[in-house]
Design a protein around this ligand. Structure first.
Ligand code: G3P
Length: 217
């Protein structure tokens, strides 16, 4: 399972990219709005920084507008992926963008039926929003499991991108479910590293090494 960052913040992207494990980036209009710089400019910066797919979302809600925006976004860099919602207009736009060889990510997926339509439309990625499903009292991992199973049975080649992840446990469960990609906020990416026993164990090793060197001296 590839690990992507869900942010439009270039400092967060540079920090995690330095770890060597960052495989892509997702953005959305909410994340872009926090940055105070023109969206196209930021996407260009991100696409130059990251050696992998970088998703930019269309704002139009109609097919032709989505296609026009998608084509413009795709011109920014070869690794741009166009995000569009799982609406009837979105499926129509993605079908056309796919025909033109443009990579797409269908977003705001909350049901297996929407995921089937995305695969039939030729989307490159489908993004079920696990955390937001949990927020309304359902189980986001159940949704992910269903989509992964349907795609396996049907032989769909659309990649399953687990989104709206809120904790390291979400990441672990997404990996167990067979997601192709998990996109994480910066805080969850940082939390993946942490385990108190690692910190305690490392401190003990270093203290013991120091005592050993003192004893030799
Ligand atoms: O970028 C899409 C998705 O990951 C949003 O997550 O936390 O706003 O539900 P969230």
């Amino acid at each position: 399972m590839k690990l992507w960052l869900d942010t439009a913040n270039i400092d967060e992207i540079r920090e995690i990219n330095a770890w060597g494990v960052l495989a892509g980036v997702t953005t959305n209009p909410t994340l872009a709005g926090k940055e105070g710089v023109p969206f196209e400019q930021r996407l260009k910066e991100i696409a130059a920084e990251v050696d992998g797919p970088v998703c930019g979302e269309v704002i139009s809600t109609e097919r032709d507008g989505m296609i026009a925006e998608g084509l413009k976004l795709a011109e920014i860099a070869p690794n741009i992926v166009v995000k569009a919602p799982v609406t009837s207009e979105g499926y129509a736009a993605v079908t056309e963008l796919a025909k033109r060889g443009i990579k797409t990510n269908m977003t705001l997926c909350f049901s297996p039926a929407q995921a089937i339509l995305a695969a039939e439309a030729g989307a490159t990625y489908i993004s079920p929003f696990l955390g937001r499903v949990d927020d309304i009292g359902n189980d986001g991992i159940d949704l992910l499991n269903e989509i992964v199973e349907i795609y396996r049975v049907q032989g769909y080649t659309t990649y399953v991108l687990a989104a709206s992840l809120r904790s390291p446990q979400h990441v672990v469960d997404s990996a167990k479910a067979g997601a192709d990609v998990a996109t994480l906020p910066h805080s969850v990416f940082k939390a993946l590293v942490k385990h108190p026993l690692t910190d305690i164990g490392l401190k003990r090793f270093l203290d013991d090494w120091e005592a050993y060197q003192r004893a030799l001296a």
